[in-house]
Design a protein around this ligand. Structure first.
Ligand code: UDX
Ligand code: UDX
Length: 463
C-alpha cells in the first residue's frame, strides 16, 4: 500500500519536527499537520520561518524547504483526516491531575477525542499511528472506539514511538539510532507496518527499522525513557556522595563511562532532569505496575523520581544555606530556564522548582534565558499555584541580557547548560555583583578554576 497523504494531529514539539522531516524526505507525499490551537498553526505558517513556534536547531530550514510544497499546517482537522490514508496522533498526554490515577496515570482524553473524531469523519480505510507516548494497551482502546463506528471502515493501529530529544530533534529524525514500529500480526496489520516502513526507508537504512507487536512497541518507549532517567538519577545520587567525600563526579563518570558495558552517555550530573517525558513516562510505568499489584517494581521506578526531586531541592537549599541561611531580599541571577539547552521548552524544568523554593524564602530572582519568553516563565510559576501571580511578578524579573541579570546579585545559579554561558566576561560580571560573589553551577559547565581566580566562590554540582 502506497501512502500519498499523511495527516498529523498535534503540531507540537513532536508532531511539528517529525512531519517536517517526513515531508522533506518524501516529496511525493502530502503531509498536513493540524492542531486545535489557532495561534500555533498561524505561527507555523508565519512567512518568516524564524517565527515558527518551536525552536530547534535546523528546523526552520527544513520547514522553509517543504512548507507549502508538500507540508501544510492547518486547523481544518476534518478535511485533513478525510484526505489522509495514514493519520499520526501526536497530541499531548499529560499526567492526570484529577480522579483515579491522579499524579501518576496519563490523561488520555485528548487521544480519545482524536479517535472519536477520526471515527466520525473517516469514510475510507485508515492507518492510525500512535506517536504520543502512551500507556501499554492504549492502542486497544483506540481500536475499540474506531471499530464501533458501524460504517464499515477498516482501521489499523500502529505504535511508532518517538525517540527524538529536544534540541537535537532534526538530527535525531534524519539519522535515528532506530525507528520502532509496532503492529498487528494479521495480514492487514503487517501491510500497515510495511506502509510505514516504506516511508522511513526513503532516508533510513532498513536495518534500523525495527518491527514488533503493538504492546512491545508501546512498552519499549516507556522503558527507554525510564532507563535514561534512571542513569541521570544514579549519577545524581553519586554527585551527593562526591560532594561529601571530596570525590569529583565528572571523574567518576569518566571512569565508569569507559567501561563499554556502561558507556559514556547520559552520565552528566545535573540539578535534575526535566522535559515533558521522563517524569511522565516513569509515573505511567509506576501506575501500570501498581495496577497489576507489582509493588516492588513500582517502588523501584518511583525512586528515580524521588531522587530527581531531591536533587532539585537540595540544590536550592544549598543556595540558602551558603548565603548565610537567608536569601530574603537577596537578588539571585538565574542563568537558564529551559529544561535543557537548545530548546525553548520549559516543561518540568528544574529551574521552576528551584525558583519556587527560593521564592518561598523571599529571594528576588532575575532570570536570563536565551530562548524562553518572560510570559512562559511567569506561566510556569503561576501553574504551581504556590503564590499569587502578582507575587510571582513582584519577586521575579525576566531580563534580556545576562549582565543585567547578575548586576547587584549575591549569586548566579546556572540551571541550563546553554553554550553561551561559558563565553561571558566573568571579570566584568564579578565587579557588578555583591561580595562575596557566589556561583552555583548546577550543570558543571563553567570554568570553575578561572572563576575562582577572579574571586568567585564556586559551588559545582558533584564537586
Ligand atoms: C506530546 C506529548 O507530550 C508526548 O508525550 C508525546 O510523546 C507526543 O505528544 P509534544 O509534541 O511535545 O509531545 O506536545 P505539545 O507540544 O503539547 O503538542 C501537542 C499539540 O497537540 C498541541 O499543539 C495541542 O494544541 C495539540 N492538540 C491537543 C490538538 O490539536 N488536539 C487535541 O485534542 C489535543
Ligand atoms: C527524552 C529522550 O531522550 C527521548 O529519546 C524521548 O523521545 C523524549 O524524552 P528530551 O526530554 O527531549 O528527550 O531530552 P533529553 O536529552 O533526554 O534530556 C532530558 C533531561 O535530562 C534534561 O533536563 C537534561 O538536561 C537532563 N540530562 C540529560 C541530565 O541531567 N544529564 C544527562 O547526562 C543527560
Amino acid at each position: 500500500m502506497k501512502i500519498k497523504n499523511i495527516c498529523c494531529i498535534g503540531a507540537g514539539y513532536v508532531g511539528g519536527p517529525t512531519m517536517a522531516v517526513i515531508a522533506l524526505k518524501c516529496p511525493e507525499i502530502k503531509v498536513t499537520v493540524v492542531d486545535l490551537n489557532k495561534e500555533r498553526i498561524a505561527a507555523w505558517n508565519d512567512p518568516d520561518v524564524n517565527n515558527i513556534p518551536i525552536f530547534e536547531p535546523g528546523l526552520s530550514d527544513v520547514v522553509a524547504k517543504a512548507r507549502n510544497k508538500n507540508l501544510f499546517f492547518s486547523t481544518d482537522v476534518d478535511k485533513a483526516i478525510r484526505e489522509a490514508e495514514m493519520i499520526f496522533i501526536s497530541v499531548n498526554t499529560p499526567t492526570k491531575t484529577y480522579g483515579s490515577g491522579k499524579g501518576y496515570a496519563a490523561d488520555l482524553k485528548y487521544i480519545e477525542g482524536c479517535a472519536r473524531q477520526i471515527a466520525k469523519v473517516a469514510t475510507d480505510d485508515k492507518i492510525i499511528v500512535e506517536k504520543s507516548t502512551l500507556p501499554v494497551r492504549t492502542a486497544e482502546a483506540i481500536r475499540d472506539i474506531l471499530s464501533n463506528t458501524g460504517n464499515g471502515v477498516n482501521f489499523q493501529i500502529l505504535s511508532n514511538p518517538e525517540f527524538l530529544a529536544e534540541g537535537s530533534a532534526v538530527d535525531n529524525l534524519l539519522t535515528p539510532d532506530r525507528v520502532l514500529i509496532g503492529g498487528d500480526n494479521s495480514p492487514k496489520g503487517q501491510e500497515a507496518v510495511q506502509a510505514l516502513v516504506d516511508i522511513y526507508a526513503n532516508w533510513i537504512d532498513r536495518k534500523k527499522l525495527l518491527t514488533t507487536n503493538v504492546w512491545s512497541s508501546e512498552l519499549s518507549k516507556l522503558t527507554a525513557n525510564a532507563f535514561l532517567a534512571q542513569r541521570i538519577s544514579s549519577i545524581n545520587a553519586m554527585s551527593e556522595i562526591c560532594e561529601q567525600t571530596g570525590a569529583d563526579v565528572t571523574e567518576v563518570a569518566r571512569a565508569i563511562g569507559s567501561d563499554s558495558r556502561i558507556g559514556p552517555k547520559f552520565l552528566k550530573a545535573s540539578v535534575g532532569f526535566g522535559g515533558s517525558c521522563f517524569q511522565k513516562d516513569i509515573l505511567n510505568l509506576v501506575y501500570i505496575a501498581r495496577s497489576y499489584g507489582l509493588n516492588e517494581v513500582a517502588d523501584y521506578w518511583e525512586q528515580v523520581i524521588i531522587m530527581n526531586n531531591h536533587q532539585r531541592t537540595r540544590f536550592a537549599k544549598n543556595i540558602v544555606k551558603t548565603l548565610y541561611n537567608t536569601v530574603s531580599g537577596k537578588k539571585i541571577a538565574f542563568f537558564g530556564w529551559a529544561f535543557k539547552k537548545d530548546t525553548n521548552d520549559t516543561r518540568e524544568s528544574a529551574a521552576i522548582y528551584v525558583a519556587d523554593l527560593l521564592l518561598e524564602e523571599q529571594a528576588q530572582i532575575s532570570v536570563y534565558d536565551p530562548k524562553v519568553t518572560a510570559e512562559q516563565i511567569y506561566a510556569d510559576l503561576d501553574y504551581l499555584n504556590t503564590r499569587s501571580s502578582e507575587e510571582n511578578r513582584r519577586l521575579v524579573n525576566v531580563v534580556q541580557n545576562p549582565y543585567e541579570a547578575a548586576e547587584g546579585a549575591h549569586a548566579i545559579a546556572v540551571l541550563t547548560e546553554w553554550g553561551e554561558f561559558r563565553e561571558y566576561n566573568y571579570q566584568d560580571i564579578y565587579t557588578k555583583m555583591q561580595k562575596p560573589a557566589f556561583v552555583f553551577d548546577g550543570r558543571s559547565i563553567l570554568a570553575a578554576d578561572r572563576l575562582k581566580e577572579i574571586g568567585y566562590k564556586m559551588q559545582v554540582i558533584g564537586k
